[in-house]
Ligand binder design. Structure first.
Ligand SMILES: N[C@@H](CCC(=O)N[C@@H](CS)C(=O)NCC(=O)O)C(=O)O
Length: 212
C-alpha cells in the first residue's frame, strides 16, 4: 500500500493526493508537520519538505517526481498524453506553474496564510516577477477547458492546487489578485476541476483540516 506523507493544507501534498485518487489507487495518509527535522522524515525527504510517499519500493520526495513515477507505474487512467510533444507541453506548463508562479508567490505565504509579515522589499520583488511570469503563463495555458487543452492531465493536478494559492496570496498581501488582474480566471477553472469526485475529496479533506 502506498502511504502519502504530509498535511492537507499543502498544495503539493494535494497535487499528489489528487493523482492517487484520479488513478483509483489505494493509499493511506500519514500526517507530517511542515519543516520536520525528525530523522525518519529527513531519510525520506532530506529537506524535510512534504509530500513524500512510501511504497513497496521505498520512499520518494518531490511532488512532480512522485506524480511521474505514479504515471509510469500505473499508466491507466492516463494523466499524460501518449504523444511525446503533447506530453512535453504538459511538463512545460507544470514547470511554469510551479517554478515561475508558485515558487515566486510562496515568498508571500508567511503573511498570506500564517500570520507573519513579509517586507515591503520582498513584496515589491514578488509583484515585479509575477507581473512578468503571469502573462507568460497565460500565453501557454489553454483552459480548453483543461489547462493543457481538451484532456485532464498532470498539469491540472498542478494548476488546480497551485493557482488558488498564488491568486489568494497576492490578493491577501499585495491587495490585488495578480492572476485575475492578468485575465487568468482561476476561480472558474478551480470550480470546474472541483466538480471531479477526486478533487472534491481533496477539497473536503482540506476543509476538515481547518482550511477553506
Ligand atoms: N518542490 C517541492 C516543494 C514542496 C514544498 O515546498 N512543500 C512545503 C509544503 S507545501 C513544505 O514542506 N514546506 C516546509 C519546508 O520547506 O520546510 C515539491 O514539489 O514537493
Amino acid at each position: 500500500m502506498i502511504s502519502l506523507h504530509g498535511f492537507t493544507f499543502s498544495n503539493y501534498y494535494n497535487k499528489v493526493k489528487l493523482v492517487l485518487l484520479e488513478k483509483g489507487l489505494p493509499f493511506e495518509e500519514v500526517a507530517v508537520k511542515p519543516g520536520s527535522r525528525e530523522e525518519a522524515v529527513l531519510a525520506a525527504s532530506p529537506l524535510g519538505k512534504v509530500p513524500y510517499i512510501r511504497d513497496d519500493r521505498g520512499t520518494l520526495c518531490e511532488s512532480q517526481v512522485i506524480c511521474e513515477y505514479l504515471e509510469s507505474r500505473y499508466p491507466q487512467p492516463a494523466l499524460m498524453p501518449a504523444d511525446p510533444y503533447a506530453a512535453a507541453k504538459v511538463r512545460e506548463l507544470i514547470t511554469f506553474i510551479e517554478l515561475h508562479l508558485e515558487l515566486v508567490a510562496r515568498r508571500l505565504y508567511p503573511q498570506a496564510y500564517f500570520g507573519g509579515e513579509v517586507s515591503a522589499e520582498v513584496q515589491a520583488k514578488v509583484r515585479h516577477q509575477l507581473e512578468r511570469s503571469i502573462p507568460a503563463f497565460r500565453r501557454l495555458a489553454r483552459f480548453a477547458p483543461y489547462v493543457a487543452g481538451e484532456g485532464f492531465t498532470l498539469a491540472d493536478c498542478s494548476a488546480w492546487t497551485c493557482l488558488p494559492a498564488v491568486g489568494t496570496a497576492t490578493q491577501n498581501v499585495l491587495g490585488t489578485d495578480l492572476l485575475l488582474a492578468a485575465g487568468v480566471d482561476w476561480k472558474a477553472y478551480a470550480a470546474l476541476i472541483g466538480e471531479r469526485p477526486a478533487a472534491a475529496r481533496v477539497a473536503a479533506d482540506r476543509r476538515a483540516g481547518g482550511r477553506p
